[in-house]
Design a protein around this ligand. Structure first.
Ligand SMILES: [Zn+2]
Length: 408
């Protein structure tokens, strides 16, 4: 008996009006027809040219609820932003301000953002400039953090010098200490050359202690998504992101593993129990059971959710339980950077806040985690976790207010 083609099979199926039982009987009796792939000749109008991945922008056909959340249900503190940063490309480091305070305040007012923490405030005279520009004129709207003066790492008695810098910065008005992933992944013994300096290097002990004594929370970014430590190949779930930013890859060379970096951070927290650490980007947003163990082990650990709703929102049930359990130690944060275009998940603006609010407050399904035509951190969409009011109040405001020593 000749094999049927697809059309014949379909015709037989529909004209015979076979129900499920009939299909089962047909399958039992005759030879099983082979499913054939339609040929180009059969469908001359079909475009079978391979589509480059970069051009693929599928639109969801799901008809599901779309909730617009223009303002957060409660006033919030955005614990993680980069309103200014240190530009170190020229002869000497300079502060670069991403926008004018008035421009930022307008969006804050319309989106219910009570305060923004500008983490990358710099160090020494640069920090002074950042505080003067942002915090001094608007002390109830902007808080500035200090960064370590890494260029001095090779000087004798750096440990003491750095601790002293923290004390000075506190007097200047800095509200906390920010550690970029520079520590552990970029900073080397001679700043740019030599072996990598470890996160738990003893030269920083005095700095961690001083921050704790001065009630300055330490916002610490350690490691990065696990895929950044794997080859940039067809199996890498962040292939497009890494392809666009190959310098974000920590695969090979002398880079420590993701786990080694996190364990080094854990040793620091164990050694300095009086100091409060906020692990930025949820610490490890892809492995909530691991970061949960860390939260259980170190009572001085907090986390922020900046630039990781893409991760939390693709595991909504696990994320929801995580928020339930650690509701007193999770901080609202976005990683917002004004006028950036390279990382759509961080572009400061109304749209960015609305996506975060939708994720936290609604149970909407399958929506974009970033204001971009293509999901920039990986090809997936997210689900809202619909937090109850009491948790929203803590995550949006109370937890950060406590850490920053603000009165409500
Ligand atoms: Zn950041």
């Amino acid at each position: 008996m000749p094999e049927w083609n697809r059309r014949q099979w379909l015709a037989a199926f529909t004209s015979a009006g076979l129900g499920a039982a009939g299909v089962a009987a047909a399958e039992r009796s005759g030879p099983k027809p082979k499913r054939q792939i339609a040929t180009r000749a059969e469908y001359p109008d079909a475009d079978t040219t391979p589509l480059p991945l970069v051009d693929y922008q599928p639109r969801s056909m799901l008809h599901v609820t779309e909730t617009h959340v223009p303002r957060s249900r409660y006033p919030n503190i955005d614990f993680h932003s980069h309103l200014s940063w240190i530009d170190s490309k020229g002869q000497s480091d300079v502060v670069h301000h991403g926008a004018k305070p008035e421009e930022i305040l307008q969006v804050m007012d319309s989106k219910n953002v009570r305060m923004m923490v500008n983490l990358t405030g710099g160090y020494g005279p640069l920090l002074e400039e950042t505080i003067r520009y942002w915090q001094a004129p608007h002390p109830d709207r902007f808080a500035v953090f200090v960064e370590p003066w890494y260029d001095k790492i090779a000087i004798p008695n750096y440990a003491h010098f750095q601790a002293d810098q923290i004390e000075r910065s506190s007097k200047m008005g800095a509200k906390g200490l920010k550690i970029l992933k520079t520590l552990g992944l970029y900073l080397r013994e001679q700043v740019k050359t030599g072996p990598l300096v470890k996160i738990d290097d003893r030269r920083f002990d005095e700095m961690w202690e001083t921050a704790g004594a001065l009630n300055m929370p330490v916002a610490i970014h350690i490691s990065d998504p696990e895929a950044f430590f794997l080859p940039i190949d067809r199996f890498n779930e962040r292939y497009e992101e890494l392809n666009a930013h190959p310098d974000w890859s920590f695969y090979g060379k002398d880079f420590p593993s993701n786990l080694e970096l996190q364990e080094a951070r854990n040793r620091v927290m164990a050694r300095h129990p009086r100091t409060k650490f906020v692990a930025l980007h949820v610490g490890d947003s892809e492995n909530l059971s691991y970061i949960s163990e860390c939260l259980d082990r170190y009572p001085n650990l907090y986390v922020d959710i900046a630039a990781r709703i893409g991760e939390l929102g693709r595991q909504p049930r696990t994320a929801r339980k995580f928020f339930d359990k650690y509701q007193d130690r999770i901080l609202f944060a976005t990683d917002a950077t004004p006028h950036g275009d390279e990382t759509p998940q961080q572009i400061f603006g109304r749209e960015l806040y609305e996506i975060y609010y939708r994720f936290l407050e609604t149970e909407d399904e399958y929506f974009d985690y970033a204001p971009a035509p293509k999901p920039p951190q990986g090809r997936w969409r997210i689900y809202g976790i619909g937090l109850p009011d009491n948790i929203l109040r803590k995550v949006y405001f109370e937890n950060a207010a406590r850490l920053l020593g603000l009165s409500h």
